[in-house]
Design a protein around this ligand. Structure first.
Ligand code: HEC
Length: 107
Protein backbone atom coordinates (compact mmCIF):
# COMPACT_ATOMS: atom_id res chain seq x y z
CA UNK A 1 0.00 0.00 0.00
CA UNK A 2 1.39 3.41 -0.96
CA UNK A 3 1.71 6.28 1.48
CA UNK A 4 -1.12 8.12 -0.29
CA UNK A 5 -3.38 5.08 0.07
CA UNK A 6 -2.53 4.80 3.75
CA UNK A 7 -3.40 8.43 4.31
CA UNK A 8 -6.75 8.08 2.55
CA UNK A 9 -7.61 4.99 4.64
CA UNK A 10 -6.83 6.93 7.80
CA UNK A 11 -9.06 9.78 6.66
CA UNK A 12 -11.91 7.39 5.89
CA UNK A 13 -11.60 5.67 9.28
CA UNK A 14 -11.41 9.00 11.11
CA UNK A 15 -14.55 10.30 9.40
CA UNK A 16 -16.48 7.12 10.26
CA UNK A 17 -15.47 7.43 13.92
CA UNK A 18 -16.41 11.11 14.05
CA UNK A 19 -19.73 10.81 12.21
CA UNK A 20 -22.32 11.73 14.88
CA UNK A 21 -25.30 10.00 13.24
CA UNK A 22 -23.65 6.70 14.12
CA UNK A 23 -24.27 7.12 17.85
CA UNK A 24 -28.01 6.95 17.30
CA UNK A 25 -27.68 3.66 15.43
CA UNK A 26 -25.47 2.25 18.20
CA UNK A 27 -28.00 3.21 20.92
CA UNK A 28 -30.83 1.79 18.84
CA UNK A 29 -29.02 -1.54 18.72
CA UNK A 30 -28.34 -1.45 22.47
CA UNK A 31 -31.99 -0.65 23.25
CA UNK A 32 -33.26 -3.50 21.07
CA UNK A 33 -30.78 -5.87 22.68
CA UNK A 34 -31.93 -4.83 26.18
CA UNK A 35 -35.62 -5.09 25.27
CA UNK A 36 -34.92 -8.72 24.40
CA UNK A 37 -32.43 -9.58 27.15
CA UNK A 38 -34.38 -7.86 29.96
CA UNK A 39 -37.58 -9.64 29.03
CA UNK A 40 -39.60 -6.50 28.24
CA UNK A 41 -41.38 -8.39 25.49
CA UNK A 42 -42.95 -10.74 28.00
CA UNK A 43 -45.32 -7.84 28.71
CA UNK A 44 -44.84 -5.17 26.01
CA UNK A 45 -44.95 -5.61 22.25
CA UNK A 46 -42.51 -4.01 19.84
CA UNK A 47 -43.41 -3.89 16.15
CA UNK A 48 -46.21 -6.39 16.75
CA UNK A 49 -43.97 -8.90 18.53
CA UNK A 50 -44.37 -9.43 22.28
CA UNK A 51 -46.79 -9.72 25.16
CA UNK A 52 -50.13 -8.05 25.76
CA UNK A 53 -49.91 -7.80 29.55
CA UNK A 54 -49.21 -4.11 29.07
CA UNK A 55 -49.13 -1.45 26.37
CA UNK A 56 -46.90 -1.62 23.28
CA UNK A 57 -43.75 0.47 22.96
CA UNK A 58 -45.36 2.27 20.00
CA UNK A 59 -48.27 3.42 22.16
CA UNK A 60 -45.91 4.69 24.89
CA UNK A 61 -44.23 6.84 22.24
CA UNK A 62 -47.47 8.72 21.58
CA UNK A 63 -48.17 9.44 25.28
CA UNK A 64 -45.06 9.60 27.43
CA UNK A 65 -42.19 12.04 27.79
CA UNK A 66 -38.63 10.84 28.28
CA UNK A 67 -38.82 11.80 31.96
CA UNK A 68 -41.96 9.76 32.48
CA UNK A 69 -40.40 6.74 30.79
CA UNK A 70 -37.20 7.05 32.86
CA UNK A 71 -39.27 7.16 36.06
CA UNK A 72 -40.87 3.86 35.13
CA UNK A 73 -37.50 2.18 34.74
CA UNK A 74 -35.49 3.71 37.58
CA UNK A 75 -37.61 4.72 40.51
CA UNK A 76 -36.21 5.16 44.01
CA UNK A 77 -39.59 4.53 45.61
CA UNK A 78 -39.85 1.27 43.70
CA UNK A 79 -43.30 2.15 42.41
CA UNK A 80 -43.63 1.08 38.81
CA UNK A 81 -46.65 0.89 36.56
CA UNK A 82 -49.27 -0.77 38.79
CA UNK A 83 -46.26 -2.19 40.60
CA UNK A 84 -46.25 -4.92 37.96
CA UNK A 85 -43.24 -3.78 35.94
CA UNK A 86 -39.96 -5.08 37.35
CA UNK A 87 -37.30 -2.65 38.62
CA UNK A 88 -34.53 -1.94 36.14
CA UNK A 89 -32.21 0.13 38.32
CA UNK A 90 -29.51 -2.55 37.89
CA UNK A 91 -29.00 -1.21 34.35
CA UNK A 92 -26.29 1.44 33.97
CA UNK A 93 -26.87 5.00 32.76
CA UNK A 94 -25.92 4.25 29.15
CA UNK A 95 -28.41 1.40 29.05
CA UNK A 96 -31.27 3.36 30.63
CA UNK A 97 -30.55 6.31 28.30
CA UNK A 98 -30.60 3.99 25.28
CA UNK A 99 -34.00 2.57 26.30
CA UNK A 100 -35.50 5.98 27.05
CA UNK A 101 -34.35 7.53 23.75
CA UNK A 102 -35.42 4.46 21.81
CA UNK A 103 -38.92 4.46 23.32
CA UNK A 104 -39.27 8.24 22.94
CA UNK A 105 -37.10 9.56 20.09
CA UNK A 106 -38.48 13.09 20.50
CA UNK A 107 -36.61 14.97 23.29
C1 HEC B 1 -43.67 -8.50 33.98
C2 HEC B 1 -44.22 -7.60 32.99
C3 HEC B 1 -43.38 -6.42 32.54
C4 HEC B 1 -42.08 -6.42 32.09
C5 HEC B 1 -41.11 -7.59 31.97
C6 HEC B 1 -41.80 -5.04 31.71
N1 HEC B 1 -42.89 -4.26 31.94
FE1 HEC B 1 -43.03 -2.28 31.55
N2 HEC B 1 -44.90 -2.25 32.37
C7 HEC B 1 -45.58 -3.36 32.84
C8 HEC B 1 -46.86 -2.92 33.39
C9 HEC B 1 -47.93 -3.82 33.99
C10 HEC B 1 -46.89 -1.51 33.26
C11 HEC B 1 -47.97 -0.53 33.72
C12 HEC B 1 -48.75 0.04 32.59
C13 HEC B 1 -49.99 -0.76 32.41
O1 HEC B 1 -50.83 -0.73 33.30
O2 HEC B 1 -50.13 -1.40 31.38
C14 HEC B 1 -45.66 -1.14 32.60
C15 HEC B 1 -45.32 0.15 32.26
C16 HEC B 1 -44.19 0.51 31.54
C17 HEC B 1 -43.93 1.85 31.09
C18 HEC B 1 -44.88 3.04 31.26
C19 HEC B 1 -45.98 2.85 30.24
C20 HEC B 1 -47.20 3.70 30.45
O3 HEC B 1 -48.07 3.66 29.56
O4 HEC B 1 -47.32 4.39 31.45
C21 HEC B 1 -42.74 1.82 30.43
C22 HEC B 1 -42.01 3.00 29.77
C23 HEC B 1 -42.25 0.46 30.48
N3 HEC B 1 -43.18 -0.30 31.16
C24 HEC B 1 -41.08 0.03 29.91
C25 HEC B 1 -40.57 -1.25 30.07
C26 HEC B 1 -39.28 -1.67 29.61
C27 HEC B 1 -38.30 -0.80 28.83
C28 HEC B 1 -39.12 -2.96 30.01
C29 HEC B 1 -37.89 -3.82 29.87
C30 HEC B 1 -36.60 -3.21 30.24
C31 HEC B 1 -40.34 -3.36 30.68
N4 HEC B 1 -41.19 -2.30 30.71
C32 HEC B 1 -40.60 -4.62 31.20
C33 HEC B 1 -45.15 -4.66 32.81
C34 HEC B 1 -43.87 -5.06 32.44
Amino acid sequence: MSMAQRVSWLLILASIAAFPANSHAVNDGLARKLINSQGCKACHALEGDGGTLSVSFESMRTRLSRTEIRLQLVNQAGIHGNNAIPDFSHLDKTEIDALVVFIQPIP
